[in-house]
Structures are given as structure tokens and as C-alpha cells.
Design a protein around this ligand. Structure first.
Ligand code: NA7
Length: 860
């Protein structure tokens, strides 16, 4: 038992009294916990207290950018504009503080210098710049993501004799620029919002731009009546917002910029432009942040708009952004930004072409010019997301500092906690969606998650919580895998830590969306605080593990399918299942362009059967790969794996002849085998007429199609031909009696379940037939003398271990075979071209295996 004198003074110590700090205090008071906040400013408001520059506004509509935790609060407060100004948002923060009487728990004008974990007393000891020391059971940094300004990294500032202003700490009394010459450095949000207003007052304004930004007109004004009407169903509306990707209701993009018509695309961009809907800009189409070409359609649209506003084409050249994909840096909302540069007394200087070399006594110098100014405004940004956290000397177990721990990037679990730093939480920390979302909504989610966690601990009589290294590493890797799928890493942005010299280059926010993130946090709590070590009088416990085990796009797909609540295939007739499979295929992204696509038919074992031929975009002839589609011998056809066939064709330089075959149950085993073998023989004999190179023949297939590919290799060997150069087997079915661990572990799981596999087998072959090597090629007595094989499997596939067993058996029999198992993937990953991008590497591997097996890629 802890002696009374040893007990921490407070339950919770909070740093910051912005929106996060305010809600924390309110929440903890409701829970009966003692909490105190320290705030450097002299009032509440955080970022909205400091950033008072002219034109400062939020880029999330005010109806959305406000608290939802109290229905009375949300009803009584009336916003006056679509995008609220800084003074109005600050008034709102003050109103919240007053309404819930929060100021009495806040020490203003006080900076926290240090926080040290005391293992013996299970508490944090916090010291402030006012000489105060307090201790508390929990320590929470609610310091905001954009609160630590970036140092001015231009020499000579101290020599300047004019006025200096910084957008992040603007004088409270305001600034009058009338009659003054002003230089403004920086064209991020702060610059873009303030430049038009400063230029309106100043006698002359010169803007120094390093990187041109994308900005769209805010279209600000009174709140539209339909938006205001949301207040009549505010709580439902908020719940909707919680399950969107940015925390603002809107339609979920399901289609692709590159598949709709040019006309539709332009119309949709025009609508976005006209509504100033910045949160939805990057999500209008599902591929905008994933595919450079798709992104460029929007970027080009915005570039054209920018050019149409600016009169001087040289100025337009400077202001038109080209250096990074749109939305990979925060896109800006403006009012008359580009128009401002049509004024005679406003200049722009491209400091990429003519860099600033120093601040001088009278102004600044670039490499080629000298400028004199009465005032210089720095709108040069922040040491975002980690800066404010590292500004406090936070020391966890064994005295390790957060700075040391984060030397190579902010290791964290869920953006909420850090291993080695018990009872410490961050609000909207790195690793959470934070700056890519409606911040107030994300703040609420974090505060509520922490409150639930503390409540759980109290109920279970636990006093210490700490993330495990496994969980932390898993989350960081997952976050990196998520951002690596996107275009975000291509920008030198503060999201990537690229604006601060020497800062580790990692994607700071979690880019997978508020909805996916919320699900992960909820899953952690629901699984007995998965990945946390908890201890106290109630006992020690740890359910260690990873909250997300599949690749991020696989998780997104599985979540989407779960949301759709589709009936399982095995509950349907074959006809119904086929119809559903066609419907599901319809929305797939298209595969890459190929030289030519030709449909035809080959003589199957029982009459003509269709094929689709994909020809590479290079002068032929080419080697030929006969491809067999997946679908459990029941579903699919020669066109259903279209995107994969295109991908294989484009990347392997081989003709892909996707041969259909008769399907079960109408034509059960061995009909599909007979057709597949007939297709192979026909392709070998007709290689030249198909534009192929005789003798350069390979087979490939996915799932049941890979079963057929493996089987025809055995049949061709036994029949003495045709000669096959290689077999590429994608998650093959090779054993009808499989009961290996992967079958059991993934039985219930990931699109292909054990029940579905059983359903396929039941349609295809009688139990007595399944031992036939033409149904289960793994059971063939002799696996020697077969074509070189590449077998790829997926970690979360019931078929994983049989695929592996086949590759091993081939090797044991002296056949040249390689097996690659792809972590975090599922049975359908490899065929999902464009949708499961984390399988791109695997698809490259398939294509190079095909390339490698041919002796001749092109005729001499
Ligand atoms: P940002 O968006 O980081 O913008 C900072 C701007 O300052 C940007 O144009 C920078 O150019 C420029 N900059 C920074 N350092 C220099 C130096 N040394 N020389 C010249 N130019 C420089 O910060 P904001 O305050 O505008 O906005 C921050 C966020 O607040 C915003 O995204 C919203 O979420 C709200 P660069 O692009 O790095 O070439």
C-alpha cells in the first residue's frame, strides 16, 4: 500500500489548454478525477490563441469544427460564417472554458519544462518555468500539432532594424501596415491567408515564395441553410463524421479518376472548386492520393484555374505549383490570393531561382537583389507534430528521454502512447490521423479513448499502463506501410518532417483515415487493451500482439467487405454466386494498358471455349503464357482476371492467353482439366498465328486456375509435350484433403474461408476423385521433370501451406522451384491489381519469373 504522503497530488497533469486540454479537464472532472492543466498562453485556445495573423481561419467548416460532446453546447453556439475566423474560434474556446468552469483548473502563463516518470511511486513529476513541481498518476501532452514554430533558418535576423512579425505569435493588438513596405516570407496556409489582407493595407508588398502551393477559393460567407439544418440532427451527423476518412461527412469515393470520362472528371472538379470543399479534395476519387496520373488530373485542373486568374504570365509561372502531387502538402483555402498578385503594388519573388541569402539591416538580400522593407513577416511554419512534444524534457523508464527515443522518428502506439513511457498519453500525436482530419473530432476521440482506458484501469484496480515494443513497432510499421502506398512521401512537406533541417523523414500522421483509425483504437480496447502491459493491485496482465496484421490496403478491403455484409458464396447457388462475383468485379480498378486485346475461341475438349489474348505493346512476336483464371472452378471466366492479365502482360513482355474452361457443377472434374490441357496444346500449336514464338510457352494461374496450371504441367510431361518453359502458380489449390495449419488458422478469415473452399470442392469433384493428381497435383507420385516453378502464397490464406508444400515437394523431386510467401496478404491480394498495391512487388516477381523462364523474349 502506498503511504498517504507518497500519493501523487493529482490524478492527471495536462499540458496545454487548447481544445484538447479543455475537453480533457471537463472529461476528468466528470469522472471524479483531479486534473490540472498548464498553459503557456495567458488564456485558453491554444493554436487559436497564438495565431492571430490577419485572415487566420479554419479550413474545416465551423459546423464541423466544434465540439460534439455536449448537445446543449452545440445547439446554443451559433457560428456566423462557413469558415470561422480566428477571433470567433477563440471566442468559442473561451465560451467552452466558461460554460464548464474550466479556468479554475488551468495555470496560465506557465510552461512545463520537464516531466519525469517515477517508477517507485508510479507517477509523473512535472516541473514548470514558474518553479512549481507537481506529481500526477497520468501525464498528458495536449500541446497541439502546429504550436512549436520552426526556427528562422535565415542568417542575419538579429541585424534587421525594421519590424518583424511572425504569423504564429501575432501581436494581440494587431498591426497597421498602412504606408509601409512589407516583405512576406512563406506561402503555406498562413502566408496564403494573410497576404491578401496585408497587401490591401501596405503601400508595397513583396512575397518570397520557395514552393508554389495549391490553393482553392474558400467561397466563404454565411453558413448555407442546408448546412445549418444539420443542427436539427447534429448528434447523428457527428456520428456520421466519426466514420469518415477526414472526420467530415461527405460521400465516400468508390470510383477512380482514371476510369470516369474526361467530362465527368472536369465537372466533379469544377464542383469541388466552386464549393471550397477542401476536406474532400483529395478523396473525390479513390485513386487521387495513390496514383500519380490520377493525381495529376486534379493538379492540372487547379493549375489551369490558377493561371486563369493571374494576368501576368511570368507571375503565373511562379505561382503555379508543379513540384509535388496535389494534397500531399496541405492544400490551402484562400480569399483572393491569386488575384492579389494582379495588383501593381504586389510582387512575387521566386526564391528557388534567386534564394534569400540573408536578412540585412534594412530588409533582405537574395543572391541577385537587395530589398528594403519597413516590416518583414515570417510565415515559415512549424516544427509540426513532434516539435511541441519534444520541447518538454520528457523522461520515461530508466531516465530515457523522449528525444533519445525519437532520434530516428516518433515511435508510438496509436499516436496515443509510447513504449517506455508508462501512464503517458498524447492527444493527436504522430501516428494518429490528427492534422489530416477535423482536429476537434480527433481530439474528442482521443480524449474519450483515454478516459475509457483510465476508467477501465480504475475498475480493474490497475495503476500502470505501458505500450509493448511489439505493439509499438507493429503500429509504426503499419503506418509506414500505409503512407508508402500513397503519394504523401513524394512531397517535401511538414507531414514528412521535411520542412525542418535534420528532422527524421517519416510520415508523421497516420494517413489511413479517421474511420480506419477509430476502428483500430476500438479494437485495441475491446481486446483487453491489446499491446499494453497493465499492472496494479488488480494484478499484472498483457495481451500482447498487433492490432493490424494484414497490409493496410488488405485491412481496408476487409473492412469494406465487412461493412457490405454480403451473404457468403457458400450460402448461394452457383448461379447466384456467379452473379455476385461479376457484380463485385465490376468496380475493380482497370489494369494497365497493353498493346492489344483480342477475343477468340479454342477447341476445348467438348467444343469451342473462349479465350482473351493480351498482347504486349512492343513489336512481336512474343513468348506465350497460357493463363487460367481463379474462382474455385465454379466462378469467373477468361475475362474475370482482366487486370491481372494486363499487369502480367505489360510487365512480363509475354502474350497472356487467358483461356476459359468449363465450370462446375455443370461440368465437374475433370472437364476443366481437359479443357485446360486442350488450351495448352492449341496454344503451343498456334503460337505463330497468335503472334507468339513457337516453343516459348509458359503457364500461369491463380487459385483453382493455378491448380489447372500445375496439373497441365504434369499432363504435358506425361504426354511428352508440349514443352513448357515455366509454371507460375499464384496461391494454388493442390491438395483436396488439406488440413494444414493455415487451413485451420484462416478458416473463418479472409475472403477465402474453409467453408468456401469446401463449397468449391463439393461442386468440382466427388470426395473419391480428390486424390486424383489431376485434382490434387500435390498427390502425384512423381513430381520430377516438371517445368521450373514459382509458387507464391499469402500469409492469411487457407491455401498457404499447401502451396508451400507443393513447392517443397517439387524441390524434393529435383524440379527447380521457388516459393515466396507474402506477409500480410490474403488469397485475393495478387489478382487485385490497383486495389491491393502492397502486392505490387509480388506481381513484379510473377512477371519477372515469366520473363526469366523464356529462352527467347524476342526473335533474333
Ligand atoms: P507551412 O505550411 O509549413 O508553410 C511555410 C511556408 O514557409 C512554406 O511556403 C515554406 O516553403 C516557407 N518557408 C519555410 N522556411 C523558409 C525559408 N527558410 N525560406 C523561405 N521560405 C521558407 O506553414 P503555415 O504556417 O503556413 O501553415 C501550417 C499549417 O497551419 C497549415 O498547413 C494548416 O494546416 C494550418 P516550402 O514550402 O518549405 O518550400
Amino acid at each position: 500500500m502506498m503511504r498517504e504522503s507518497n500519493k501523487p497530488q493529482l490524478d492527471v497533469i495536462v499540458v496545454g489548454a487548447g481544445f484538447a486540454g479543455l475537453y480533457l479537464l471537463h472529461k476528468f472532472r466528470q469522472m471524479g478525477l483531479s486534473a490540472r492543466a498548464f498553459e503557456a498562453g495567458n488564456d485558453v485556445g491554444g493554436t487559436w490563441y497564438w495565431n492571430r495573423y490577419p485572415g487566420a481561419r479554419c479550413d474545416i467548416e465551423s459546423i464541423d469544427y466544434s465540439f460534439s460532446f455536449d448537445p446543449y453546447l452545440e445547439q446554443e453556439w451559433e457560428w456566423t460564417e462557413k469558415y470561422a475566423t480566428q477571433p470567433e474560434i477563440l471566442r468559442y474556446a473561451q465560451h467552452v472554458a466558461e460554460r464548464f468552469d474550466l479556468r479554475r483548473d488551468i495555470s496560465f502563463g506557465t510552461r512545463v519544462d520537464q516531466a519525469v516518470w517515477d517508477e517507485d511511486r508510479t507517477c509523473w513529476t512535472v516541473t514548470t518555468d514558474q518553479g512549481e513541481t507537481v506529481n500526477g498518476r497520468f501525464f498528458i501532452m495536449a500541446t497541439g500539432c502546429l504550436s512549436q514554430p520552426k526556427d528562422i533558418d535565415i542568417p542575419g535576423v538579429e541585424t534587421y532594424t525594421g519590424e518583424i512579425y511572425r504569423t504564429h505569435s501575432w501581436p494581440h493588438e494587431g498591426v497597421d501596415f498602412s504606408g509601409k513596405t512589407v516583405g512576406i516570407i512563406g506561402t503555406g496556409s498562413s502566408g496564403i491567408q494573410s497576404i491578401p489582407l496585408i497587401a490591401e493595407q501596405a503601400e508595397h508588398t513583396t512575397v518570397f515564395q520557395r514552393t508554389a502551393n495549391y490553393s482553392i477559393p474558400a467561397g466563404n460567407g454565411p453558413i448555407a441553410p442546408e448546412k445549418l439544418a444539420v443542427k436539427q440532427r447534429y448528434q447523428d451527423y457527428r456520428e456520421e463524421a466519426r466514420w469518415t476518412s477526414v472526420g467530415v461527412p461527405g460521400k465516400k469515393a468508390m470510383d477512380f479518376a482514371l476510369t470516369v470520362s474526361e467530362e465527368e472528371r472536369q465537372q466533379r472538379y469544377e464542383d469541388l472548386w466552386n464549393t471550397g470543399a477542401i476536406p474532400h479534395l483529395g478523396s473525390e476519387f479513390a485513386d487521387l492520393l495513390l496514383d500519380e496520373k490520377a493525381n495529376d488530373t486534379l493538379a492540372e485542373f487547379v493549375r489551369r484555374k490558377i493561371r486563369s486568374v493571374i494576368e501576368d504570365s511570368n507571375v503565373a509561372d511562379i505561382l503555379t505549383p508543379t513540384e509535388f502531387p496535389i494534397c500531399t502538402k496541405r492544400a490551402c483555402l484562400d480569399t483572393n490570393y491569386y488575384q492579389t498578385f494582379n495588383k501593381q503594388n504586389v510582387d512575387i519573388v521566386d526564391i528557388k531561382a534567386d534564394p534569400i541569402t540573408s536578412i540585412t539591416a534594412t530588409g533582405l538580400a537574395t543572391r541577385d537583389r537587395e530589398f528594403a522593407f519597413d516590416a518583414i513577416v515570417f510565415a515559415t511554419g512549424f516544427d509540426a507534430m513532434t516539435g511541441a512534444l519534444l520541447a518538454v524534457d520528457i523522461r520515461g523508464c530508466s531516465g530515457q528521454s523522449l528525444k533519445e527515443k525519437w532520434a530516428h522518428g516518433p515511435l508510438n502506439y496509436l499516436g496515443l502512447t509510447v513504449s517506455g513511457f508508462p501512464n503517458f498519453f498524447m492527444i493527436t500525436g504522430p501516428g494518429s490521423p490528427s492534422v489530416l482530419s477535423n482536429m476537434i473530432l480527433s481530439i474528442e476521440q482521443h480524449v474519450e479513448w483515454i478516459a475509457d482506458c483510465l476508467d477501465h484501469m480504475d475498475r480493474e484496480n490497475l495503476t500502470r499502463i505501458e505500450a509493448t515494443v511489439t505493439a509499438e513497432t507493429g503500429w509504426v510499421d503499419y503506418g509506414t506501410a500505409t503512407s508508402d502506398m500513397t503519394l504523401f512521401p513524394q512531397a517535401k512537406s511538414w507531414y514528412m518532417g521535411a520542412n525542418v533541417p535534420g528532422k527524421p523523414r517519416v510520415c508523421l500522421p497516420y494517413v489511413g483515415g479517421v474511420d480506419a483509425y477509430r476502428r483500430a483504437c476500438n479494437d485495441v480496447a475491446a481486446q483487453d487493451y491489446l499491446g499494453f502491459r497493465l499492472a496494479g493491485a488488480g494484478g499484472a496482465r498483457c495481451n500482447d500482439g498487433l492490432v493490424r496484421r494484414q497490409q493496410p490496403d488488405v485491412v481496408a478491403l476487409l473492412e469494406m467487405l465487412a461493412e457490405m455484409e454480403l451473404p457468403p458464396f457458400e450460402a448461394m447457388s452457383a448461379e447466384e454466386a456467379r452473379a455476385m462475383s461479376v457484380a463485385m468485379n465490376a468496380g475493380n480498378p482497370p489494369g494497365p494498358e497493353v498493346g492489344e486485346v483480342v477475343d477468340g475461341s479454342y477447341p476445348g475438349a467438348d467444343g469451342p471455349v473462349e479465350y482473351r489474348l493480351y498482347r504486349p505493346d512492343s513489336p512481336g512476336p512474343h513468348p506465350v503464357t497460357v493463363y487460367f483464371h481463379g474462382g474455385g472452378w465454379v466462378l469467373g471466366d477468361h475475362m474475370s482476371d482482366d487486370a491481372l492479365c494486363r499487369d502480367l502482360c505489360a510487365n512480363s513482355g509475354s502474350i497472356i492467353l487467358s483461356a476459359n474452361y468449363r465450370h462446375a457443377p455443370e461440368a465437374p472434374f475433370p472437364a476443366a482439366v481437359d479443357d485446360a490441357f486442350a488450351a495448352l496444346i492449341w496454344a503451343a500449336e498456334h503460337a505463330e498465328t497468335l503472334g507468339g514464338i513457337t516453343g516459348e510457352l509458359a503457364v500461369c494461374g491463380w487459385s483453382a486456375g493455378a491448380n489447372l496450371a500445375a496439373v497441365v504441367c504434369q499432363l504435358a510431361r506425361d504426354a511428352g509435350g508440349p514443352e513448357i518453359r515455366g509454371q507460375v502458380l499464384i496461391t494454388p489449390v493442390v491438395d483436396g484433403g488439406d488440413d494444414r495449419p493455415s487451413m485451420t488458422d484462416n478458416a473463418e478469415g479472409f475472403v477465402l474461408t474453409r467453408a468456401l473452399m469446401d463449397w468449391f470442392w463439393d461442386h468440382y469433384a466427388d470426395p473419391a476423385q480428390r486424390d486424383d493428381p489431376r485434382a490434387s497435383p500435390l498427390l502425384a507420385g512423381d513430381l520430377s521433370g516438371l517445368p521450373p516453378a514459382l509458387v507464391i502464397t499469402a500469409e492469411f490464406d487457407p491455401l498457404r501451406d499447401q502451396g508451400k508444400a507443393y513447392a517443397e515437394a517439387l524441390v524434393a523431386a529435383g524440379t527447380d522451384a521457388r516459393h515466396i510467401n507474402y506477409p500480410g496478404q490474403i488469397h485475393t491480394s495478387f489478382a487485385a491489381v490497383g486495389a491491393i498495391r502492397t502486392a505490387n512487388g509480388a506481381r513484379q516477381e510473377l512477371a519477372s519469373a515469366l520473363r526469366a523462364c523464356f529462352r527467347v523474349m524476342e526473335p533474333a
